[in-house]
Write a protein that binds this ligand. Structure first.
Ligand SMILES: Nc1ncnc2c1ncn2[C@@H]1O[C@H](COP(=O)(O)OP(=O)(O)OP(=O)(O)O)[C@@H](O)[C@H]1O
Ligand SMILES: [Mg+2]
Length: 245
């Protein structure tokens, strides 16, 4: 079943065309990645899926219904973790539940469960400045997961992390996804990250972003970044982006 759909989407800000005739579909429970050069409209496309932007022409829909605004079924995780510095980790994670008027008792249970899932249960009383970059990113993922969304929209979640932490976080994300029915849409600059994680990789051209390639990636997990197939996919994507290998 198609959970998310962009149909012939064009997006312009004034005279600047950002996305051109973009069509793509995401199946329920699928993990897809979108890669493309800086400024090609990736975040714009994700914001449209989150209901934070409207297309200029074309249609963006979820479960067959046009997306008119944000909805707690689809939660976005921003590149900058955006935790509130004056709130502890548990209070940051519980924010969405507070806003939804979930009782204190239920909140406590759900926060505990999700902090355990991301390995932060011993840090719940810490403030963001007392955590490492990777831990802050885990907290920000926990803040989305606690709402139990059907769709997670991740905009370069690991962009600010060092290479080693990034690899660990990729494995954690796969583990979280495999234990859920969630649909994942991940934006990344990192072709290897896309190929390591996703069932399908959409490649956008430089602005105006157009779909230039779609890779169906059936490699078994955990994936070997040095396998012949991985290297082949990487080359194909780089060629489609006109990057010399
Ligand atoms: N609200 C806005 N008003 C005007 N222009 C905008 C707005 N949002 C984005 N843009 C423009 O749209 C283009 C695409 O921006 P977007 O953030 O989607 O790129 P991106 O692919 O996510 O880039 P990056 O990889 O650097 O994050 C940019 O040229 C940007 O200046
Ligand atoms: Mg972006």
């Amino acid at each position: 079943m198609k959970t998310l759909q962009l149909k012939n989407v064009n997006k312009a800000y004034g005279k600047l065309t950002v996305l051109e005739n973009l069509s793509l579909e995401v199946e329920k429970g699928e993990f897809v990645a979108i890669v493309g050069p800086s400024g090609c409209g990736k975040s714009t496309a994700l914001r449209m899926l989150a209901g934070l932007e409207q297309p200029t022409t074309g249609e963006v829909s979820a479960d067959g219904t046009v997306i008119k605004g944000p909805n707690s079924n689809r939660v976005m995780i921003f590149q900058e973790h955006a935790l509130y510095p004056w709130r502890t980790i548990e209070d940051n994670v519980g924010l969405g539940l507070e806003l939804a008027n979930v009782s204190k008792k239920e909140r406590r249970g759900r926060i505990h469960k999700v902090l355990e899932k991301v390995g932060l249960e011993n840090f719940k009383t810490y403030y963001p400045h007392q955590l490492s970059g990777g831990m802050k990113q885990r907290a920000s993922i926990a803040r989305a997961l606690v709402l139990d969304p059907e769709v997670l929209l991740l905009d370069e979640p690991y962009g600010a992390l060092d290479a080693i932490t990034r690899l660990t976080m990729q494995n954690e994300l796969i583990r979280l996804w495999e234990g859920s029915n969630q649909t994942m849409v991940l934006i990344t600059h990192d072709i290897d990250e896309a190929l390591y994680l996703a069932d399908r990789v959409f490649v956008l051209s430089s602005r105006p972003g157009k779909l230039v390639k779609e890779v169906r990636n059936d490699m078994l997990r955990p994936r070997d970044r040095n396998s012949t197939q991985f290297v082949k996919f990487r080359q194909e994507i780089m060629e489609s982006l006109d990057i010399k290998t």
